[in-house]
Design a protein around this ligand. Structure first.
Ligand code: ZN
Length: 145
């Protein structure tokens, strides 16, 4: 049997474009790391201040808020790492739900986007779930943390 050329694997983005996305992702990752670090510094500071003036009840609030920010950042970091991994594998910018290439303007605005605009809108009107339930199972695999 003669080997057929694979018609589906044609690269949509040029290596130069991919390189731009890669450096955007790395910059964003660095920004998050810095923010997490400064957040944990201010958390420690607020804790010490709270010990000096024991009647301030906002310590827990500050801590919880800080943790909320950090878990949001942690999620974003995960998406960035995933995008970088996909770059390595040559499958960067492929929509998780429909498998189509995510549009360049969207990736430029959000280089770690996992969904194309259409699928994102579907999810928003479907309480966060993709239209195809089989694809939802595929999504669950990414919760390895
Ligand atoms: Zn899609």
């Amino acid at each position: 049997m003669a080997k057929k050329k694979t018609p589906t694997k044609k690269p949509v983005y040029t290596p130069e474009e991919l390189e731009v996305f890669r450096s955007q992702l790395k910059q964003e990752r660095l920004r998050i790391y810095r923010r997490i670090r400064s957040a944990s510094v201010s958390l420690t500071a607020s804790r010490q201040a709270g010990e000096e003036s024991a009647d301030i009840g906002s310590d827990d609030f500050i801590r919880e808020t800080g943790l909320a920010i950090m878990s949001y950042d942690a999620e974003k970091l995960r998406l960035i790492d995933e995008a970088l991994m996909n770059l390595e594998k040559g499958v960067y910018g492929v929509c998780l739900d429909c498998g189509k290439q995510i549009g360049k303007p969207r990736l430029e605005a959000k280089p770690y986007a996992r969904l194309c605009i259409t699928c994102r809108e579907v999810r928003e009107s479907n309480s966060g779930m993709p239209m195809d339930p089989d694809r939802a199972r595929f999504l669950d695999r990414s919760s390895h943390m």
